[in-house]
Design a protein around this ligand. Structure first.
Ligand code: SF4
Ligand code: SF4
Length: 407
């Protein structure tokens, strides 16, 4: 059985013994387009740790194969583990550092350069709360975790809809999701220890998590695969928000007219149907007719963000984002809504590559507008443009250097 010096065994990520090499997972994959025989051969190669024919050049890192496996073996975990071994052997090209939230310069620190004065004030408060057991105690131990998703676009949480929730978040409290999706498992393991210690020190009793990715990582991935012990409740923020709507604490006084197509979160697929249903229900309550892409729910494909994982190549990310836009336009909906802010960022970047008239909103923007609040839609789009141009400027020279790093 594969193991490594960090104690991260393959068995933590993939059930080797229950796998029957049936190939269903890769045969049903909506991205790679394999025949049954190719799928069987590819899973055998992955199991043996051999060079793959398709995964390293086509896999979009979308998580769906985990849902397709009838034996619950987590074949996506097997892919991630092979990428972890690749990283261990060869390191990471320097261009990939810009996507790593714990690096000195990355998309998140670039986003901060574009924050408004109001957003800087919000984030400073979140950081103070993330270091203050007193602030957490004053909130009765209940916090709203703002990971990098919220830190890119703090304006999404600048709303009366969050009530009196105490928001906490800081760059060093990254949940590790992006590292996980790239198979940089030793950093995820380190991050699990950092979070365990900080959350214990803060005395957290209940945590709502704003983004679906962060919720899956904190409630499932870190405890099950990295042994993190979080001895408090971890809850989905959108469940809480829907309860507030039910209780009449949030009222959509300015309901939308028309329809919106949904960009799925990869993490909602593995969390279960409920986690994709709740954002849709909130959209309906806000007056939107919900439209699905041709590939929706467990068949949905990544916005593009995780597509960089297979070859650490931003071009793969851009091309996948364009595919999502094509599906969105083909749906005939009036607009697109993403409930993950990283999807929002990638899709806004995609429309820079190929402009489209279809409007794009984050779910929070759509809800704020329906609640009669002013959502700064232009700010979100201009932030995506700002990050895109800065990353292109910094990333272009890195595309051609053979230099590799370890994190
Ligand atoms: S991981 Fe599951 S679906 Fe894939 S080959 Fe093994 S048993 Fe079949
Ligand atoms: S992660 Fe997605 S793209 Fe990659 S093999 Fe699995 S289903 Fe296919």
């Amino acid at each position: 059985m594969d193991t490594d010096a960090n104690g991260l065994e393959l068995s933590l990520f993939y059930d080797y013994d229950r796998c029957e090499e049936c190939g269903d997972c890769l045969y049903r994959c909506q991205v790679m387009g394999l025949s049954r025989e190719e799928a069987r051969d590819e899973i055998r190669r992955l199991r043996r740790g051999e060079k793959t024919r398709f995964v390293d050049s086509r896999c979009a890192s979308c998580y769906s194969c985990n849902v397709f496996c009838p034996n619950d073996c987590s074949p996506y975990g097997l892919i991630l583990y092979r990428w972890y071994q690749r990283y261990q052997a060869r390191g990471l090209p320097v261009r990939a550092q810009l996507a790593m939230p714990l690096e000195e310069v990355n998309f998140n620190t670039i986003a901060r350069q574009h924050h408004t004065a109001r957003e800087r004030e919000l984030v400073a408060g979140w950081e103070r709360n993330a270091s203050s057991p007193e602030a957490v105690a004053a909130a009765g131990g209940t916090v709203l975790y703002a990971g990098c998703n919220a830190q890119i676009f703090p304006c999404l949480l600048d709303t009366s809809m969050i009530g009196d929730l105490t928001v906490m978040g800081a760059q060093e409290l990254c949940c590790g999701e992006l590292y996980y999706r790239l198979g940089i498992m030793d950093v995820v393991a380190r991050q699990a220890r950092v979070l365990e210690e900080r959350f214990r020190h803060l005395g957290i009793k209940r945590m709502y998590v704003f983004c679906t990715a962060g919720f899956n990582i904190l409630s499932n991935v870190l405890p099950r695969q990295f042994g993190a012990r979080f001895d408090f409740e971890i809850l989905y923020f959108y469940d809480w928000l829907l309860q507030r709507v039910d209780a009449g604490e949030t009222v959509f006084s300015h309901p939308w007219k028309g329809s919106a197509v949904v960009q799925e979160s990869c993490h909602a697929k593995v969390l279960g149907r409920h986690y994709a249903d709740v954002p849709r229900e909130l959209m309906r309550r806000a007056g939107l007719e919900v439209v699905e892409m041709a590939h929706a729910r467990e068949l949905s494909v990544c916005c593009g963000a995780a597509c960089g994982a297979r070859a650490y190549n931003p071009i793969d990310m851009g091309l996948q984002s364009l595919r999502q836009w094509r599906e969105a336009r083909d749906s005939g909906a009036d607009r697109m809504v993403a409930y993950c802010a990283t999807c929002l960022l990638l899709l806004h970047m995609g429309r820079i590559l190929r402009p489209t008239r279809m409007p794009l909103y984050h779910l929070m923007e759509a809800l704020m507008q329906a609640a009669g609040e002013e959502a700064n839609h232009d700010l979100v789009a201009s932030r995506a443009r700002y990050i895109f141009t800065r990353i292109m400027a910094r990333g272009a020279p890195r595309m051609v250097t053979p230099k590799r790093v370890r994190l």
